[in-house]
Each structure stands twice: as structure tokens, then as C-alpha cells.
Design a protein. Structure first.
Length: 123
């Protein structure tokens, strides 16, 4: 089954850490990515800060176009910072891998995901 490991936190907190703490956090990501690479295909995405977001609001009526609004959808302290998608045997295995990137600067959410189509190849 595919599981998503979603990373939530406050934008800018990681960048404000001293370099040695940033290196520690990134070392966990390197370990996780190497482990996932050995297993097969995976996806890793780092989202840009919420200030770069643009929201598409639903149209107020069928005859109108959706409204485009600068900024994120929700005004919250925490936002989705990134995610991993990979195939795991079960939730326990996905959690074992998520622990590799556990840090005091972000919360992780692990949940099953269903493939909805599409294909992407980036190097």
C-alpha cells in the first residue's frame, strides 16, 4: 500500500536553526531517502513557503469563473512543508521509516494514500 509521510511545521523555523542543527535534520532525510531508494520508487517533495501560494476559490455561481487569490488557503501557524510517498507493507513499516526524519521542528503525519493517476519523471 502507498503511504504518505506529510511534514508539517512553521515556515522559516528550519532556516532559522543554526547550521549544525539544519545538518542534523537533513541527515535524517538523507537516511530516509537512501532507505526508500533501496526499496524502489518513491516521491519526495519540499513545498515552497506558504507566502508563495495562490488559492483558487470556487466560483460564486455557475456563470462565474473561480476567483484567484494570492496567499495560502488557510491562515495557520503550521502548514504542509513537504511529503514523501512510498509503498510500504503496512502502517508499522511506514512509521518505522517516518521516525528517520522525526525532529523537534516539524510534526509528521502518516496515512494511507491511493494513486489517482498521473506520471512524473524528474532528475
Amino acid at each position: 500500500m502507498i503511504y504518505a509521510i506529510s511534514i508539517y511545521g512553521q515556515a522559516g523555523v528550519f532556516e532559522a536553526l543554526p547550521q549544525d542543527r539544519q545538518d542534523d535534520v537533513m541527515a535524517g532525510h538523507t537516511v530516509l531517502q537512501n532507505a526508500l531508494r533501496q526499496r524502489g520508487d518513491f516521491l519526495s517533495v519540499k513545498l515552497m513557503p506558504p507566502t508563495t501560494a495562490v488559492t483558487v476559490e470556487p466560483a460564486a455561481a455557475e456563470t462565474l469563473q473561480p476567483m484567484i487569490v494570492d496567499g495560502p488557503f488557510a491562515e495557520t501557524k503550521e502548514s504542509l512543508l513537504g511529503l514523501y510517498l512510498a509503498e510500504f507493507n503496512d502502517l508499522d513499516e511506514a512509521l518505522e521509516h517516518a521516525r528517520m526524519i522525526s525532529s523537534p521542528v516539524a510534526r509528521l503525519e502518516v496515512r494511507p494514500a491511493a494513486w489517482a493517476g498521473g506520471s512524473m519523471t524528474l532528475d
